[in-house]
Design a protein around this ligand. Sequence first.
Ligand SMILES: [Fe+2]
Length: 225
Amino acid sequence: MYSYTEGLSVAWDDIPDWSLGVAQQLLQAVHDKDPFTYHHCCRVGRVSRQLAAAIGLNEFEQAVSEYAGLFHDIGKVKIPLEILIKPGRLTPAEIEVIKSHATLSAEMIQHLDHIPFFRFMLPGIKYHHERIDGEGYPNCISAQNIPLFARMIAIVDAFDAMTNSRPYRNPLPEEKAIAEIHAFAGTQFDPQLVKPFLEIVPKIKVYSHEVVRKEVVVARLAKVA
Ligand SMILES: [Fe+2]
């Protein structure tokens, strides 16, 4: 069983009411720049929350997971559009620019780190492209040195990217995406998280095509959850 905030005096009521407004504003900016990234962030947020529940994290931690997922790629608003949606092959320099989005995303939330809810989500955002084998970015950290929320988002993110289309590429069939997640368990992904993730895949399907522009995913964080 996992726990992230155990022993720390944080709980559901420590989620500021204005968190929702922050999320809506940031995600609107993402939508204005690149609708694909917006929908991707919404899906990753939802599924990260599902994965958090599946591995036994508490409600507060589930909310942190969801917001970290929602915000993981918001730094892409600072990436030039011609690089962000470039259909062809990226140059090495352009790849470096794209890679900066993880740090940029974290920087956009950093000023809220005096609020525990936002402080807890920062590692999940900043390190979501790290790999278990240490070959990821931005810090090349490995294994359990990668914060739990980041290890979770890495899987959710990759699966969502594979199973959704981009202008220049068709989505992979779900079975193929599952096979890829399996294949990279232990190198790219935390093998202990791959199993519970694959168990929730049938539920993810329900969400894949229903996320629409106006939907406020985070509204579910209203305290009726
Ligand atoms: Fe990313």
